[in-house]
Design a protein around this ligand. Structure first.
Ligand code: SAM
Length: 213
């Protein structure tokens, strides 16, 4: 998702109380200094306009949610929504997730959501895919020992790729479905993302896995 450049979006992000500026200075301090509580931290990496993150945050006030998004123009939409909702347990970071281990300390994060990640279809770009083994190694460094990664997509090629990456990266497949919305077990408590709603309306099945180390 990349909206056209919106004039002033960087300034809005810099001024917002809900974005974390210089996030590497908060490494190891997210609970204490950012949220000022001891609740678990869940990340959505590539959150887009933040609908999933904010819906989850209002359903689960005892979880701290951090949304990570690369593009200012997209993050701006999330900030605008949060300025109205004022959810106390939501913050955003504008960054490339490649740098995630510079921002979060070992064991600082309890769960990572990857929703409808960009597919990067060319082989030479495989390392940029958020469920790739390179990214799983980064997640390994910031998650608590029993932390999980939850991944949803309607892209079968990306999902097959993601499944193949699990074992070489040293992770374990806990649960998997090839049709989330018709899987009564795995769909319990499911919160739809913006892309999930769009693609399931077209009739696309939604794939999901949950993995751990
Ligand atoms: N998760 C949302 C949803 O399901 O509706 C948005 C999905 S959109 C296809 C993928 C988003 O991930 C885009 O907004 C894109 O900018 C962001 N993204 C992709 N690679 C990223 C990276 N390396 N770091 C941070 N954000 C990234």
């Amino acid at each position: 998702m990349r909206l056209r450049n919106i004039a002033g979006s960087r300034e809005v992000i810099a001024d917002s109380d809900f974005t974390i500026k210089d996030p590497q200075t908060k490494k190891g301090l997210f609970k204490k200094e950012v949220f000022e509580n001891d609740n678990p931290i869940h990340l959505e990496i590539g959150m887009g306009k933040g609908r999933f993150l904010m819906d989850m945050a209002s359903l689960h006030p005892d979880i701290n949610y951090v949304g990570i998004e690369k593009y200012s123009s997209v993050l701006l939409r999330a900030i605008q929504k949060q300025e109205q909702l004022l959810l106390p347990n939501v913050r955003f970071i504008r960054m490339d997730a490649e740098l995630i281990t510079e921002v979060f300390a070992p064991g600082e994060v309890d769960r990572i959501y990857l929703n409808f990640s960009d597919p990067w279809p060319k082989d030479r770009h495989a390392k940029r895919r958020l469920p790739s083994r390179e990214f799983l190694r980064r997640y390994d460094r910031i998650l608590v020992p029993d932390g999980v990664v939850e991944f949803k997509t309607d892209n079968r090629e990306l999902f097959d790729f993601a499944l193949e990456e699990i074992e070489p990266a040293g992770w374990t497949l806990n649960r998997v479905t090839y049709d989330l919305h018709n899987d009564t077990d795995m769909n319990g408590g499911n919160v739809m993302t913006e892309y999930e709603e769009r693609f399931s309306k077209l009739g696309n099945p939604i794939y999901k896995y949950i993995i751990s180390r």
